[in-house]
Design a protein around this ligand. Sequence first.
Ligand code: OAD
Length: 253
Amino acid sequence: MGAPEFNPMEIDLSLAKRIAAARRLVALTGAGVSAESGLPTFRGAGGQWNNMRPEQLATAEGFRADPKMVWSWYQHRRRAYRLAAPNAGHLALAELGTILPSVTIATQNVDRLHQRAGSRQVIELHGNVVENHCMRCNEPAGEVSLESDELQACRHCGGWLRPSVVWFGEMLPVEALESASEAAAAADVFLSIGTSAQVYPAAQLPALAQHNGALLIEINPEPTPLSHLAEAVFRAPSAQVLPALVKAIRQVS
Ligand code: OAD
């Protein structure tokens, strides 16, 4: 038997009114948002880091030690992302962007599903898997064919191409982190959705927003280190909560 369905009656209309009145809403999203698109999370039940090692697959050292294995894993993920479709949670966030004056999504996801759902203001904190760059000279290399898992060489220097994602131990793109921090500090409402809130610096954004006066809401079936800070918590999948929340926001607007 699966988890019980989320009951939209759980949405307090006074909370919906506070969200509806937001001038600036920011959503920090993580792998859980894409779970209902069939993409596995990293931590928690069914998480990839339960049986795979992040230091082998998501670090520059891991790539140098075994570039073929790491490249194959990303090619496999890219194929999965291409086949996946945005779910009701992604679509509801995109719809929210058409209702409120400003909705910014700061995502740790590299799957581009927010953009495919129609969200306009998406900050990619951890890069994306679509593009590549050279491991040696950093030259951007765009997209590659997903037909083969063969390593690809840089056209400029012959170094191996790597996906343009942020690996552990690497800096986040400066502009992305700055924009996300500015948006968080200026937010009236901050939603933390489908993230275990364990990976920094992304995980500091909710507290930054709350410190600057934002209403902090968490949507996650499991507790996280953030849960005790949040003013409202929805313990249910985001593909169920977000459409119901957007419907309630429309009702009170
Ligand atoms: P995690 O895999 O750490 O956390 C996913 C969260 O989603 C967990 O807290 C789950 O409880 C929750 N979850 C699961 N199903 C859900 C659903 N249907 N709706 C809502 N929430 C759900 O993912 P992130 O927090 O995104 O970095 O992880 C952050 C970073 O760590 C990733 O960007 C990745 C990872 O290692 C790198 O690879 C460098």
